[in-house]
Design a binder for this molecule. Structure first.
Ligand code: GRF
Length: 215
């Protein structure tokens, strides 16, 4: 097993990034790259002694130009795995295909429900009884792609967007490092369709996929 190099892309707070840094993955976190110079996660990366840099999307004429510069910054570290951790830019098909099968994202809903933004508010408004988060491989369709892990929470009738977001975030911090670990340990394989296999078994059967409902 080759020791993996990981690059983490962020845009803001960086709590998932911190969970990944704290997880002591069997890998080197080579760099954290933000598209926003004011991302709070950059300070966290510095505190952890992880090299960080900024590729500011506002400095580029359009998405293709930004994505080329971002790819150059990522490739400098020759990563085996790219982790999107609250990275809030839609990526071009060219960028996504460059990191095909080696780029994961964490999304705050049980995909394919609620792709896109404001997932917790939409879950509350829709009256769903179960909500959660998903780790998936990134494909050109936003918030799509083979599912690696999911975790669920029960939605309470009194839940606000904020309360739900807090409980889901706690699960994000558990399943994202776990999924990254599976990748680093070469335990993932792709089925022709459906979820990724972990240790040769559908990831929907993997241990952390559905932690006990939290209430
Ligand atoms: C998380 O909820 C993540 O699922 C979503 O954006 C948020 C980022 O939070 N993609 P953080 O920056 O990791 O704290």
């Amino acid at each position: 097993m080759t020791a993996k190099r990981i690059v983490i892309l962020i845009s803001g707070r960086g709590s998932n990034m911190e969970a990944l840094l704290d997880a002591r993955l069997p890998a080197a976190i080579a760099a954290v790259i933000s598209n926003r110079p004011d991302a709070a996660g950059l300070d966290i990366a510095r505190r952890h002694g992880v090299p960080s840099s900024v590729v500011d999307h506002r400095q580029f004429a359009g998405r293709p130009e930004f994505d080329s510069a971002l790819a150059a910054a990522v490739d400098r570290h020759a990563p085996h795995l790219v982790l999107l951790a609250g990275f809030m830019r839609v990526l071009t098909q060219a960028f996504v295909e460059r990191y095909s099968r080696r780029m994961l994202n964490i999304h705050p809903s049980l995909l394919p429900a609620f792709p896109g933004l404001h997932t917790h508010a939409r879950a509350v408004a829709a009256g769903v009884r179960i909500h959660g988060c998903t780790v998936h491989f990134v494909t050109p369709t936003v918030d799509h792609g083979p599912i690696v892990a999911q975790a669920a929470v029960a939605v309470q009738p009194t839940d606000t967007e904020e309360a739900l977001a807090e409980r889901v975030l706690a699960l994000e911090h558990r399943i994202y490092p776990e999924a990254a670990r599976w990748f680093c340990e070469d335990r993932m394989t792709f089925a022709s369709e459906g979820p990724v296999l972990i240790d040769g078994v559908s990831s929907s059967l993997a241990p952390l996929v559905s932690p006990a409902l939290d209430r």
